[in-house]
Design a protein around this ligand. Structure first.
Ligand SMILES: Cc1ncc(COP(=O)(O)OP(=O)(O)O)c(N)n1
Ligand SMILES: Cc1nc(C(=O)O)sc1CCOP(=O)(O)O
Ligand SMILES: [Mg+2]
Length: 211
């Protein structure tokens, strides 16, 4: 049985984390309550992803937080990551699942209700749903869906969903009200002067939303 908690999902960005770096940002975010950490670096190449991924794995070891690798299946397998996240423009879910095996967590981005409804729960463990809002963090993001769109996609997704795109602590209540199992954030943590405190603020809102 796979066990993972989507509630506070940090997606790393090497530029936004440049001050203290991705590994230290992840360490502080997990201390503040992040439950999942995704290594996302669009320019590192597989060797760079493996190097950073190994350091992240060591930093997260024993914390309970799950390490997910974005896009790069070879890096995910080599590192022994807990999961892989792919989008509609990456490899298809069946190919990814065949490569990573049955035990690794597989996340898939969905931007429309049709894509969400088409997810095969035998292959995919969670959906990344968004963007809720436009965000400068992902230049090529799709049309924002807002909280109404989020609720529609979550409702038809056969697996738990994590909301993404422009989300901050003040959006937590609406994310959970829409039925999502959590929120994935980049700049709300990576770009902050104190990533641990920023994560704690989001975690506190999550506790309130769940109460
Ligand atoms: C949790 C989560 N949700 C969505 C995405 C976006 O994935 P994708 O559409 O493949 O875009 P890139 O991140 O690869 O630019 C994600 N990474 N994580
Ligand atoms: C990595 C990513 N994927 C998105 C999607 O819509 O699929 S939006 C996004 C970036 C989210 O960054 P921030 O929290 O700084 O807005
Ligand atoms: Mg991708």
């Amino acid at each position: 049985m796979k066990s993972f908690d989507l509630s506070l999902y940090l997606v790393l960005d090497p530029d936004l984390c440049a001050g203290i770096g991705m590994v230290e940002t992840a360490r502080r975010a997990v201390a503040g309550g992040a439950t999942m950490v995704q290594l996302r670096d669009k320019h590192a190449g597989t060797a760079g992803m493996i190097e950073t991924g190994r350091a992240l794995k060591q930093a997260l070891d024993g914390t309970g937080a799950r390490l997910v690798v974005n896009d790069d299946v070879e890096a995910a397998i080599t590192i022994g990551a807990d999961g892989l996240h792919i989008g509609q423009e990456d490899m298809d879910a069946a190919t990814a699942r065949a490569m990573i095996g049955p035990d690794m967590i597989l996340g898939l981005s969905v931007e429309t209700a049709a894509l969400a409804a088409a997810v095969d729960p035998d292959l995919v463990d969670y959906t990344g749903v968004g963007p809720v809002f436009a965000t400068p963090t992902k230049a090529d993001h799709k049309q924002p869906i807002g909280f109404d769109g989020l609720a529609k996609l979550v409702a038809v997704s056969p697996v738990p969903s994590v909301a993404i795109g422009g989300l901050k602590a003040e959006h937590v209540a609406e994310v959970f009200a829409a039925g999502a199992s959590g929120l994935a954030v980049v700049s709300a943590i990576c770009g902050m002067p104190d990533p641990e405190a920023a994560t704690r603020r989001i975690a506190a809102e999550i506790r309130k939303a769940r109460a």
